[in-house]
Design a protein around this ligand. Structure first.
Ligand code: FAD
Length: 532
């Protein structure tokens, strides 16, 4: 088995072999397919142009959920499927997931009845994979569980269960699971063109190693396009005249100090002023509030929150919280793009477009996967492999992912600041103990240790300061100002670990600081960036 080391894995691209599957895109969709394919015994290669989960897959609401609001849209089969997947994910990756109590505060008795009934149905749909029964809670219990909730006209609340998770860490652990099952997963490798044979069938792709600048000609029986909002770019490499399949919809989140919630329970507001759903979720030691649903006509790897979206989230949160959040309280803002399937009806609101997924196989054999959500990534992968095998593009082999433990799995969940490393926690602690410098925090304000940076480089394929601060640890998402401050220290440690020079260090620090500014609200930039 290969170690999860880029230097070793990239050598596999030099082999003159024909892969069974080449998967383009290292987000939830591509990584799920890579794990499924590798664990079925297929020769699997996944390439990601940036870092694993750099795209939408690190920018979700962090819910492993059936989707209560899809019930309201009558999409029962989607909810049922997602509830099953929710159960499987909590079972197979307990180190990254948590059973979360979510409370809907109700300001009328009619609403109490409405949500209590709907959530009983939600419970029932989850069958044997239930996370606990929903219930109506008294106003007294509600206030004791959610002390910062706006109490005026409050009647009661309905509590139900869903999961929460760390999306970027799950993506990383899926990449590791793929490699442990004999596959290859590489970050910073971009598909620049597709390779076709004389009969116009796709036979592989040209892959650029963005670190070395080397170009590899990769031959593969099947090429899977799992590039989220970039899916049309790859489809156009196959057929320049194809119609767009994706309509991106942006969602943003604001991260606040935990004092705004003061609870381990989450709040769900099912109907905001414009009919959206808003969550306030305790995540790490902060509160995550979102999201929005704003149709866009373009896509980028670093989408930016619109001023109107920030106002909307702050105003709506302020209606339900006694401590009203203002711009100065925002520790981080991040935006993500939903790869929603385009519909013939362009006037359809994005929140009404189905979140279910589609597998499309072009005449030349390009397999594109569109739509879906993080929670259902495993089922999306299984459906993709089924479609490939149905077309006899690969021989039939059994799917084993329903019971496959994801890298880091521990039968007994560990606790504490390093618990999200799961089974790796002991090895990380041994590394930290091996050198007293590794036990030092990056600065006085953060609990992240120098040893975690070393670990990320040696064992988690972190190549840049951003990889460490955005996705191996989540500091950019939980406190962008703090991430800004520790970036030079991270660059220093990485320079030594990766054997780079001072120029690399300076470029990395500068690049990260520019990026971090996009996660800090303009109003707060001066106070964070000016030297004290
Ligand atoms: C605001 C928001 C909140 C959400 N909340 C939830 C939630 O709480 N729960 C849930 O279940 N789902 C949620 N979702 C949905 C979920 O996050 C997405 O469905 C999922 O992350 C999409 O994954 P993906 O792999 O398809 O796309 P991405 O994560 O975007 O991955 C595609 C990857 O392809 C790469 N790529 C593109 N072109 C190339 C190329 N030429 N070569 C190599 N690589 C390439 C990109 O760099 C990118 O990393 C949310 C989505 C949004 C936007």
């Amino acid at each position: 088995m290969n170690p999860f080391e880029r230097k070793i894995l990239i050598e596999e691209l030099r082999n003159e072999i024909v892969w069974d599957l080449l998967i383009i895109g290292g987000g939830a969709t591509g990584l799920g397919i890579a794990v499924d394919a590798a664990s079925r015994g297929f020769k699997t290669l996944l390439v990601e142009q940036d870092d694993f989960a750099k795209g939408t897959s690190s920018r979700s609401t962090k819910l492993v959920h059936g989707g209560v609001r899809y019930l309201g849209q009558g999409n029962i089969s989607l909810v049922k499927e997602a509830l099953k997947e929710r159960g499987l994910l909590l079972k197979n990756a307990p180190h990254l997931t948590k059973n979360e109590s979510i409370i809907i505060p109700c300001y009328s008795w009619l609403k109490v009845f409405f949500y209590a009934t709907g959530l009983k149905f939600y419970d029932w749909l989850s069958g044997g994979l239930t996370l606990g029964k929903s219930k109506v809670i008294s106003k007294k219990e509600l206030i004791s569980r959610l002390p910062t909730l706006e109490k005026k006209s409050l009647k009661s609340g309905v509590l139900y269960h869903d999961g929460t998770f760390d999306d970027a860490r799950l993506a990383l652990n899926l990449a590791q699971t793929c490699v442990e099952n004999g596959g290859v997963a590489l970050n910073y490798c971009k598909v620049v063109s597709l390779i076709k044979s004389g009969d116009d069938k796709i036979r592989g792709a040209n892959v650029l190693d963005k670190e070395s600048g080397e170009l590899y000609e990769i031959k593969s029986k099947v090429v899977v396009n799992a590039t989220g909002v970039f899916v049309d770019d790859i489809i156009k490499m196959d057929n320049a005249r194809s119609k767009s399949l994706i309509r991106p919809s942006q969602g943003i989140h604001l991260v606040l100090d935990s004092s705004f919630l003061q609870s381990m329970d989450s709040i769900m507001i099912p109907h905001t002023d414009d009919g959206r759903v808003l969550f306030a979720i305790p995540w790490y030691d902060k509160v995550l509030i979102g999201t929005t649903d704003t149709p866009l006509n373009n896509h980028s790897p670093e989408p930016r929150a619109l001023e109107s979206e920030i106002e909307f989230v702050l105003n709506t949160a302020g209606k339900y919280l006694s401590k009203k959040p203002a711009k100065k309280d925002v520790l981080s803002v991040f935006a993500g793009l939903r790869p929603l399937a385009a519909t013939a009806d362009n006037n359809k609101k994005t929140k009404e477009i189905s979140r279910s997924h589609k597998v499309i196989i072009s005449e030349s054999g390009l397999v594109s996967v569109i739509g879906g959500k993080w929670t259902t990534y495993r089922k999306m992968a299984e459906d993709t492999l089924s479609a490939i095998m149905k077309r006899k593009m690969l021989p039939a082999k059994k799917c084993i992912t329903a019971d496959l433990k994801i890298h880091g799995y521990t039968p007994v969940n560990t606790t504490g600041a390093l618990s999200f490393y799961g089974a790796d926690k002991n090895k990380l602690e041994a590394l930290i103990d091996s050198n007293q410098l590794y036990a030092e925090p990056l600065n006085k304000e953060t609990g992240i240790l120098a040893g975690q940076v070393v670990w990320a480089v040696r064992n988690e394929m972190a190549r840049t300061v951003e990889d460490v601060l955005a996705r191996r640890t989540r500091l950019l998402f939980t406190d962008a100002g703090l991430a800004f401050k520790v970036a030079p220290k991270v660059a220093e440690i990485m320079m030594h670990e990766l054997n780079r020079d001072e120029v690399w260090k300076q470029n990395q620090t500068r690049g990260f600081i520019e990026l971090a500014k996009g996660y800090i609200l303009n109003d707060n930039l001066d106070s964070i960036t000016s030297p004290k």
